[in-house]
Design a protein around this ligand. Structure first.
Ligand SMILES: [Zn+2]
Ligand SMILES: [Zn+2]
Length: 307
């Protein structure tokens, strides 16, 4: 194989690539297939080195491929980045492995197309990547450790997802972790089933927890299971009602920001006209209440005046 040159200066690199390219064009007809490919390999290495140098010039000098990927994702936080860009800045084709390390060992919230999940606002094509926040999550390595253990439990994906949520009650978990635990790209559907068929209060940015980012879920309470008729409210209607009521209890104005461990509440949806009396699962018939007010209303201790 042609030896790989290591030239750091941009102008030197460009000159080197230009001369290689010229030689390729001039000699093309005389070259065997093998020779043509070898020249292209040299060109490719030159362009890899150029990518590394470009990053050295624009971001602080980063020595390892992983550090360069990290710096590049941070400089593009919240934006889609194509895998080809990561290949350029890292100078390696094995960047996927570095992404996993950044996620699992360093705690970065990096999403990929393989985990597209519209329920939480992650919509990436295959080989697209997105870092959703600059700060690494110090709890992530611990959660990945748990995820690794639960992943090995036999049985269905839905059961493993529930076990994972239950080990992280009130803690943010990410779609990447959930996909890993589920061992299936169908995990968003399984999470919807946990909500709709089993009634678990699993919140996202759109459903009661606007502080959450794309790609994040929280199980709010492992004991409190929604009534069967409440589980039929579509995600779209839930989003609409939570947004309209500004993620606040209409009775007492409690919001998730007010959460304290001595008074743990969650936001829930309540029907004006209850389901048994023909009330529909439409936004006009629903309102947001905190779980304490919700209990008081159903127990008849308070009513819906002044909401
Ligand atoms: Zn309330
Ligand atoms: Zn209710």
């Amino acid at each position: 194989m042609p030896r790989r040159p290591r030239i750091a200066e941009i102008s030197e690199l460009v000159t080197h690539i230009n001369s290689q390219l010229d030689a390729f064009r001039v000699n093309y007809d005389q070259l065997s297939l093998r020779q043509r490919v070898e020249r292209l390999v040299v060109l490719r290495h030159g362009s890899d080195d150029l990518g590394v140098s470009v990053l050295h010039d624009s971001i602080e000098c980063q020595k390892s491929a992983k550090a360069r990927i990290e710096a590049y994702l941070i400089s593009n936080v919240g934006k889609k980045v194509h895998g080809d860009e990561l290949a350029v800045v890292s100078g390696i084709s094995e960047y996927g492995r570095r992404i996993r390390e950044l996620r699992v060992e360093h705690g970065y919230a990096i999403y990929t197309g393989a985990s597209s999940d519209n329920d939480v606002g992650i919509d990436l094509a295959t080989d697209e990547y997105m870092l959703t926040k600059i700060a690494a999550d110090v709890e992530a390595p611990r959660r990945w450790h748990i995820a690794n253990r639960i992943r090995k439990i036999p049985g269905g994906a839905r059961n493993r997802l529930l076990l994972y949520f239950k080990e992280n009650v009130l803690r943010i978990v990410t779609t990447e972790e959930l996909r890993y635990v589920a061992k299936s790209n169908e995990f968003p559907r399984r999470i919807r089933e946990l909500r709709t068929e089993e009634g678990y209060p699993i919140a996202t940015h759109y459903t009661g927890r606007p502080d959450l980012r794309p790609g994040e879920y929280v199980l709010l309470d492992s004991e409190r299971i929604a009534e069967p008729h409440d589980r039929k409210i579509t995600v779209e209607v839930q989003q609409e009602v939570y947004q309209r009521d500004k993620n606040t209890c209409r009775k007492c104005q409690w919001k998730p920001e007010n959460w304290i461990s001595s008074d743990p509440r969650i936001l829930e949806l309540h029907h004006f006209v209850e389901h048994a009396k023909g009330g529909k699962n439409i936004s006009d018939n629903l309102l947001v209440l905190c779980s304490r007010c919700h209990d008081d209303i159903h127990a008849g201790r308070i009513d819906l005046s002044n909401v």
